[in-house]
Design a protein around this ligand. Structure first.
Ligand code: HEM
Length: 146
């Protein structure tokens, strides 16, 4: 069963994607927000990165709405890639990430409202909590025991 927030999020994401500039605009804002951020992305292929971020949004929605184990495993992999032993993304950058994302939503979704914004915060908040909670996790604990 989809929660109302998820439906509002899905509809808003679809409107944002219609213009074709949404993820590009988000990364423009995010990279400009701090040298700490632009430094992390200094050798990134952004065409690939935009596609992967979009996929992660769909995975997150499926995980929240349906709890699919495949989606959880995908998110665990993304969390490991962002953790201390991967790209080492410090937890404070997620707040900046969300604010830049919401600025891009306001620019790209012509029906953005406080309700729509809350839906983005609800959905992305779940993903951010997931990744932040795994920041310090040792690589070994990701392996299947035995
Ligand atoms: C909920 C928030 C976030 C989501 C859903 C997300 C999602 C993703 C995904 C799907 C990838 C591709 C992983 C792969 O290679 O398979 C990625 C890579 C990456 N993310 Fe994030 N991310 C988030 C937050 C952040 C934040 C806050 C930063 C801070 C700088 C960040 C920095 C990076 C970097 C540096 C890469 C690797 C780029 C490269 O390949 O050069 N991410 N992210």
């Amino acid at each position: 069963m989809f929660r109302p927030e998820i439906e509002l999020f899905n509809d808003s994401l679809a409107r944002c994607l219609r213009g074709g500039q949404f993820f590009q605009r988000f990364y423009e804002l995010f990279l400009a927000s701090s040298p700490e951020v632009s430094d992390k992305f200094r050798s990134t292929d952004f065409r690939k990165q935009r596609r992967m971020l979009q996929t992660s949004f769909y995975m997150l929605v499926e995980y929240i709405a349906l709890g699919w184990p495949e989606c959880e495993a995908y998110l665990e992999r993304i969390a490991a890639a962002h953790g201390k032993h991967g790209r080492d993304i410090p937890p404070h950058l997620y707040d900046l990430w969300l604010e830049c994302l919401l600025r891009a939503v306001k620019e790209c979704d012509d029906r953005c409202s406080t309700q729509v914004e809350a839906a983005w915060r609800y959905t992305m908040g779940a993903g951010i909590l997931f990744l932040k909670a795994r920041y310090d996790r040792p690589v070994a604990s990701l392996e299947t025991p035995g």
